[in-house]
Design a protein around this ligand. Structure first.
Ligand code: GLV
Ligand code: GLV
Length: 328
């Protein structure tokens, strides 16, 4: 009997082909996420599941699905999965780090440039037929080159954004992270570790790249935004909920921020009306990792983990490999 695996969404055909060679697949072939009830029903008879960012895998679901032994996500962020609950029950969890680092950092920089230089706002103006003449300060924005880049969350993606800023744009770099970079990495990037308040006060452009956890919920709220420089920009490529979107909408209206670039939102795909109403914000639908090549690599990595697990091997990017010694 081949292990039964639920694929919770439409993914790429080559990935399904690989999986179906040794697994019995139940594919929810849609971009519309399964409701929690439908997920529980479909998962009840499954040994494994392929997920992305939106499916909630929590203790109640695990208890309703006693056969489930492997939860493999094609996303790097795994705030939708209760890792502790999975580990306690011997359920393997894997995510998809590394393969998306550079692509996601490219997009962080795209958002930073678009935000600081008002790319989308000026395009809307042009398309609306409002362009009458060249003007001395028409859509004049903020410089990126030579400015101070602040990075909140210096993991793999944060470091890749930092390299772009320092090596490509001659930016000065300050960062805040729970742990400091090795001294030689700091030296190579000219990176200065600072506390969060100093980061907020010094950054001309703040890029947020922390994982979403209970500790990072509203890490940037009204008080933090009030500490930022007049004319600063903020970019969030982390997760909705790290930034308080209502407070951000207010800061975009009343200052001190000049502009923001956001790929992730609290309660997405809904977006706070105050953000939708603001012209000084670039809004994108959670696409930072979305180059075709990278999305395929992410899905293949989730498949690698499933295939390794069910063939008795070592899943390459397991988050709790310790459960392999005492599986469910
Ligand atoms: C996307 O948001 C991811 O976590 O991979
Ligand atoms: C602007 O278009 C310039 O030529 O300086």
């Amino acid at each position: 009997q081949r292990p039964r695996v639920l694929v919770t969404r439409r993914i790429f055909a080559p990935v399904l082909e690989r999986l179906s060679a040794s697994l019995l697949l139940d594919v929810h072939d849609s971009d519309q996420a399964l409701s929690p009830e439908a997920l529980r029903e479909r998962l009840a008879g499954c040994d494994g599941v392929f997920v992305a960012t939106t499916e909630r895998i929590d203790a109640a679901l695990l208890d309703a699905c006693p056969r489930l032994r492997a939860v493999c996500s094609m996303a790097v962020g795994y705030n939708n999965i209760d890792l502790a609950a999975c580990t306690a029950r011997g359920v393997l969890v894997s995510n998809a780090p590394d393969v998306l680092t550079e692509t996601t950092a490219d997009f962080g920089f795209a958002l930073l440039l678009a935000t600081a230089r008002r790319v989308t706002e000026s395009e809307h103006f042009l398309r609306a037929g409002q362009w009458r003449y060249w003007s001395v300060d028409l859509f004049a924005g903020q410089d990126v080159h030579g400015a101070t880049l602040g990075i909140l969350g210096m993991g793999r993606i944060g470091q890749a954004v930092a390299r772009r800023g320092v090596l490509g744009f001659g930016m000065k770099l300050v960062y805040h992270n729970r742990s400091r970079l090795p001294a030689e990495t700091e030296a190579a990037l000219g990176a200065r570790w600072v506390d969060k308040d100093t980061l907020l006060a010094e950054a001309d452009h703040l890029v947020i790249v922390v994982p979403y956890t209970p500790e990072t919920h509203h890490l940037v709220g009204a008080a933090e935004l009030a500490r930022m420089k007049p004319g600063a920009t903020l970019v969030n490529i982390a997760r909705g909920g790290v930034v308080d979107d209502a407070a951000l909408a207010q800061a975009l209206r009343e200052g001190p921020l000049a502009a923001a670039g956001l790929d992730v939102f609290e309660g997405e795909p809904s977006v706070h009306p105050g953000l939708l109403a603001a012209s000084n914000v670039v809004l994108t639908p959670h696409i930072a990792s979305a180059s075709l090549r990278t999305r395929l690599a992410m899905a293949q990595l989730a498949a690698d983990n499933l295939l390794a697990f069910f063939s008795g091997g070592t899943p390459p990017t397991a988050l709790n490999p310790e459960v392999l010694a005492r599986p469910r």
